[in-house]
Design a protein around this ligand. Structure first.
Ligand SMILES: *[C@@H]1O[C@H](CO)[C@@H](O)[C@H](O)[C@H]1NC(C)=O
Ligand SMILES: *[C@@H]1O[C@H](CO)[C@@H](O)[C@H](O)[C@H]1NC(C)=O
Length: 369
């Protein structure tokens, strides 16, 4: 049976106009199975409000990872969650493990839902007891952190912490050296986009010329709001940093910028780098980058799975792969398995006889005999 997640994705491809704009490359990716489940996950983030209302409750857990939402999507999500008509039940029954599961959505929930969650009510009460809550009268820019909002280590340990702070308060209270010292913890929470933006501003103030490499390892959720301009300031000096950044599954645009920064710094696209780029991003490499890949790298890297990439990519890498594995030319069927990921799935490429497995075998045996 098809996983409901995949059916949903399939419906979205047909139904959502936004997806029509998707490149062929992305659509091709959607046709593959398990290996690209992560990519499929991202498609769940694109639903329109109607599809969400009919199928949304099955996907709330996955939606957790998605942002930003349109106001329509947000409204549907909020209505669904407060209706209690989800696997999580009504908010008044949510335990702390439910909150864990929903953590990415919590900062987006309105007060009337939050008020119903027992754990949140408890925390709020304690907070009010600690200091009289100052009602921020639409204060646009807070120059000082209100005393009862000071962010301490203890506050940071609370996974619900983002929901106690307006974006302005967060900007005023979580900054400077304290922010730098606690960056990994800070960026492990889920924030609204505006909150993340405030945190980014504070980081930018610390590093006006761009973030040093160690900060890149601690960006966590903030990576998703980084602009290409920002990434152009970074020095990515090792395949480890490249891997680390790509492992957090940035969008294709950000991933392209990250890969370019790695190459700009004079780093090789060797096997370590290719493994970091992996099947998810390999199709993003441009002609100049592809030229930098040599046979040795192809030989040592995990199979690159470029069949679904553009013709240019296949045309550039296939001959290299052939040379890379030429010493195993007589091993059958091992050679075919090695070369298969570099064969195009599109007709008219690489010569017809090599398109299909059957064709390939014929060629292979033809050459051999
Ligand atoms: C990147 O490296 C260059 C050259 O070494 C240096 O001038 C610049 O300050 C570095 N930038 C960052 C953000 O570390
Ligand atoms: C690839 O290059 C990086 C940076 O120069 C190096 O650290 C790494 O060991 C290389 N990997 C291989 C497999 O040669």
């Amino acid at each position: 049976m098809l996983h409901p997640f995949r059916i949903f994705s399939a419906i979205l491809i047909i139904a959502h106009p936004l997806l029509l704009k998707m490149s062929l490359q992305t659509i091709c990716r959607l046709q593959v199975t398990r290996e690209d489940a992560d990519t499929l996950g991202h498609r769940v983030c694109d639903p329109d409000a109607d599809s969400l209302a009919t199928s949304g409750q099955n996907f709330l857990k996955q939606l957790n990872q998605c942002k930003p939402f349109t106001p329509d999507q947000l409204k549907v999500i909020q209505d669904l969650l407060s209706s209690g008509n989800t696997p999580f039940g009504p908010p008044s029954t949510w335990s702390s493990s439910t909150l864990d599961k929903l953590s990415g959505l919590l900062p987006m929930l309105p007060q009337n839902i939050l008020q119903n969650i027992p754990e949140v009510r408890l925390k709020k009460k304690n907070q009010i007891r600690r200091g009289k809550r100052q009602v921020s009268k639409s204060v646009r820019k807070l120059r000082y952190c209100p005393p009862d909002k000071a962010v301490t280590e203890e506050v940071l340990q609370d996974k619900l912490m983002p929901i106690y702070y307006t974006p302005e308060e967060l900007g005023a209270c979580l900054k400077g050296q304290f922010l730098l010292d606690h960056l990994p913890l800070v960026t492990s929470h889920a924030y609204t986009d505006r909150q993340m933006f405030e945190l980014k501003l504070n980081l930018d103030r610390e590093f006006p010329d761009g973030y040093p490499e160690w900060v890149l390892y601690d960006l966590g959720v903030l990576l998703e709001i980084m602009s290409e301009e920002e990434i152009k300031k970074w020095n990515i000096t090792s395949p480890e940093t490249l891997r680390y950044l790509l492992d957090s599954q940035p969008t294709d645009d950000l991933a392209s910028s990250i890969i370019q920064r790695y190459v700009d710094h004079g780093n090789p696209l060797n096997a370590t780098a290719l493994d970091a780029i992996g099947p998810r991003y390999i199709c993003l490499l441009n002609v100049d980058q592809l030229r930098r890949i040599n046979e040795q790298a192809i030989k040592m890297a995990k199979p690159l799975q470029v069949s679904k990439c553009s013709q240019t990519t296949v045309n550039t890498l296939y001959p290299k792969a052939k040379r890379a594995f030429s010493d195993r030319h007589n091993e059958f069927p091992a050679y075919y398995d090695l070369i298969k990921p570099y064969l195009s799935k599109h007709p008219t490429l690489v010569g017809k006889k090599e398109q299909s497995a059957v064709g390939f075998y014929i060629t292979f045996w033809g050459e051999r005999c």
